[in-house]
Design a protein around this ligand. Structure first.
Ligand SMILES: Nc1ncnc2c1ncn2[C@@H]1O[C@H](COP(=O)(O)OP(=O)(O)OP(=O)(O)O)[C@@H](O)[C@H]1O
Ligand SMILES: [Mg+2]
Length: 277
């Protein structure tokens, strides 16, 4: 039986330095975070604070410069079936059908082809796309494509789902539906989620806990528990505690934002516009 006291995933003194011809850039510094089994943790912070780097290291797609990431007590060194990953876009292979994309996630496992087909069909049914089994990604809407990406990530029964702005490219209506959809899946599966978003409301809507990162170097500057209960139909964005939790995260992240981002020079843009017309 799994040791319930052990974190499902832990970041231990994690550092990441990118070296380039311009010098070195510390993308992550001293990240220490434990994520409990079945916890839903959101990661927010200014552009460039290292959210994607952190999630890519957890996925095994990028190596750490120091420290480590542990999943179920084992150090991450490469991608593995214990971790599923969903990106903002370009998640699916365009040359594979819906079914082939979902089956691809199972290819690293020692299932027979018939079992893979059966698992893929179950997942495609679950995401409501049975009629699109043999369609290609280009024939699907953005929301449908992300449902397939989620099914592909979850089909191998990972312990951890790593999501990097998975709904960032969707329109608000589709995004809201996908949020409900993800919560339904999360409520019915033994899955631990690490979810990157720029949208603070989305973070509070979905997560048990929100980590706030700041850039230069990328580090955790705050950790906010979401005190609003999850109801059957999700959280109420108009609830006072919901709003004050969003405000708390906003104040934590805005303190460290924008110091070295040059303001957009709108005058200059207007001049460029005038010159080109
Ligand atoms: N492969 C790389 N080589 C060099 N620098 C990199 C590389 N990947 C990321 N960086 C730098 O590391 C920092 C963190 O990048 P990262 O993509 O993790 O930020 P982010 O928080 O995901 O940003 P965004 O919100 O815009 O997606 C940035 O300064 C970025 O330029
Ligand atoms: Mg990113």
């Amino acid at each position: 039986m799994a040791d319930m006291s052990m974190p499902m995933m832990s970041f231990e003194k994690l550092e990441k330095v990118f070296e380039s011809s311009d010098g070195s850039h510390q993308a992550l510094a001293d990240i220490n975070v434990d994520v409990r089994r079945r916890e839903f943790v959101a990661l927010v912070g200014a552009s460039g604070c290292g959210k994607s780097t952190l999630i890519r290291i957890a996925a095994g797609l990028e190596s750490a410069s120091a420290g480590r990431v542990m999943v179920t007590g084992r150090e991450v060194s490469s991608p593995g079936p214990d971790r599923g990953m969903v990106f903002q876009q370009f998640s699916l292979f365009p040359w594979l059908t819906v079914k082939e994309n979902v089956m691809f996630g199972l290819s690293s496992q020692r299932h027979s082809r018939a079992t893979c087909e059966q698992i893929a069909s179950q997942w495609i049914g679950l995401i409501g796309l049975t009629d699109f089994t043999n369609h290609y990604p280009a024939q699907l809407s953005g929301g449908m494509q992300q449902r397939v990406a989620i099914a592909r990530a979850l089909a191998p029964s990972p312990k951890v789902l790593l999501m990097d702005e998975p709904f960032g490219a969707l329109d608000p209506h589709t995004r809201a539906r996908m949020q409900g959809y993800l919560l339904d899946i999360w409520a019915n599966m033994d899955i631990t989620v690490l979810f990157v978003t720029h949208d603070l409301e989305e973070a509070v809507l979905l997560a048990d806990r929100v980590l706030v990162l700041a850039p230069n170097p990328g580090r955790v500057v705050g950790c906010v528990d979401v005190p609003v209960p999850r109801r059957e139909d999700g959280r109420d964005r108009y609830d006072a505690v919901f709003k004050s939790t969003v405000a708390k995260i906003e104040s934590l992240s805005s303190v460290c934002q924008g110091q070295d981002e040059p303001p957009l020079d709108l005058f200059r843009l207007a001049r460029v516009d005038a010159a080109s017309s």
